[in-house]
Design a protein around this ligand. Structure first.
Ligand code: NAD
Ligand code: TYD
Length: 354
């Protein structure tokens, strides 16, 4: 039985990953370590909170004493590090917390993993540290070309710079100590449980409220969208089958200009939900500082080596996603009103952490 330490498991991708793994395997244990920032939401995990194979610990990945205790108490085999400050706009306003959580937090996890896993001959059998990273570390593309694993790191935003810093620390633990690891670099994710500061859930929420849809700059920046469950499947494959020490890019060849996403969501909601939702809601606003123009992943390596492919087309994924937000309007209301934070305070009142 493998025990996973999933960090940031109450966030968007982390919670999807916890659901994915508990559905796929019956003989695993997941310890979710999350300090529940604004982006952490235990409502995302409501359906599995009583699963005997799932343990939640409220705590900070930067806390060396706590993380050390987690490794001792739970005999961790895999670390899947999702915990991060993840929003580019916030990183422009407040870069320090990005360096703190994303770089120093990752170093603390690496250190605790090394202390726990090192044996005389090297490292214990069957352990691995998987760093969940982003294509944004590669910087920005022109009209042609794709990011491959050997594309030089050229991050621009404080967010992507902090992710690049943490990737390099993970690589350093492999190069220096031979600590078993992989780094995955994924393109933009969409799907259920995404905090509505990111483009797609923000647009869905604003459309339904008949509020403005802010489009940065000319709306022609391109992102390469991947359905979150396909990302979770890729992480599972890299963790269990990936060659130690390797980086894997994850993306579904699904490039869209931002304005296409905006217009697509408007038309879907207009046709299926509310005839009053109109293009007039689009408002072109000042561009993001240092706004990367285009991201596009070449996923050949993970396809050829591990047989991964994205199962969900954008047409299906975006419909599922919109429908999920429509079916879960209470979730969205709780997030936008701040009510979700009361849910976990109530739930964990009196429950001691390690
Ligand atoms: P998110 O912001 O939704 O979730 C982050 C989670 O980390 C939250 O639950 C938060 O409470 C937790 N967290 C933050 N600081 C912490 C700390 N110090 N200690 C413990 N927990 C902490 O982020 P997401 O979109 O789910 O992204 C998860 C990971 O995937 C991040 O590392 C991100 O860089 C990476 N990634 C995201 C995307 C994307 O499109 N969202 C794409 C590629 C890679
Ligand atoms: P975002 O979801 O923040 O992801 P990232 O910056 O990590 O790619 O933004 C996706 C794209 O949408 C990006 O080009 C910025 C743009 N954008 C807008 O035009 N308006 C918005 O309100 C937001 C949040 C993003």
């Amino acid at each position: 039985m493998k025990t996973y330490l999933v960090t940031g498991g109450a966030g968007f991708i982390g919670s999807n990953f916890v659901h994915y793994i508990l559905k796929k395997y019956s003989d695993v244990r997941i310890v979710n370590l999350d300090n529940l920032t604004y982006a952490g939401n235990l409502e995302n995990l409501k359906q599995i909170e009583n699963n005997p194979n799932y343990i939640f610990i409220q705590g900070d990945i930067c806390d060396s004493e706590l993380v050390g205790k987690v490794f001792k108490e739970y005999n961790i085999d895999y670390v899947v590090n999702f915990a991060a400050e993840s929003h580019v706009d916030r990183s422009i306003v407040n870069p320090e917390i990005f360096a703190q959580t994303n770089v120093l937090g990752t170093v603390n996890l690496l250190n605790c993993a090394k202390n726990s896993w090192e044996v005389e001959s090297g490292f214990k059998e069957g352990v691995k540290f998987l760093q969940v990273s982003t294509d944004e570390v590669y910087g920005s593309l022109g009209e042609a070309g794709y990011f491959v694993e050997t594309t030089p790191i050229d991050s621009h935003s404080p967010y992507s710079a902090s992710k690049a810093g943490s990737d390099l620390m993970v690589k350093a633990y492999f190069d220096t100590f031979k600590m078993p690891m992989n780094i995955t670099r994924c393109s933009n994710n969409y799907g259920p449980y995404q905090f509505p500061e990111k483009l797609i859930p923000l647009l869905i929420n604003n459309c339904l409220k008949h509020a403005d849809l802010p489009v940065y700059g000319d709306g022609l920046n391109i992102r390469d969208w991947l359905y979150v469950v396909d990302h979770c499947k890729a992480i599972d494959m890299v963790l269990t089958k990936g060659t130690t020490g390797e980086v894997y890019n994850i993306g579904g060849h699904n490039e869209k200009a931002n304005i296409e996403i905006v217009k697509g969501i408007i038309s879907y909601l207009n046709e299926n939900v509310d005839k009053e939702i109109t293009k007039a809601l689009i408002v072109y606003v000042e561009d993001r500082k240092g706004h990367d123009r285009r991201y596009a992943i070449d996923p050949s390596k993970i396809k050829d080596e591990l047989g991964w492919y994205p199962e969900t087309t954008f047409e299906v994924g975006i419909k599922n996603t919109i429908q999920w937000y429509l079916d879960n309007d209470k979730w969205m209301k709780n997030v936008t009103s701040g009510e979700y934070q009361k849910y976990y305070k109530k739930m964990y009142e009196g429950v001691k952490t390690l």
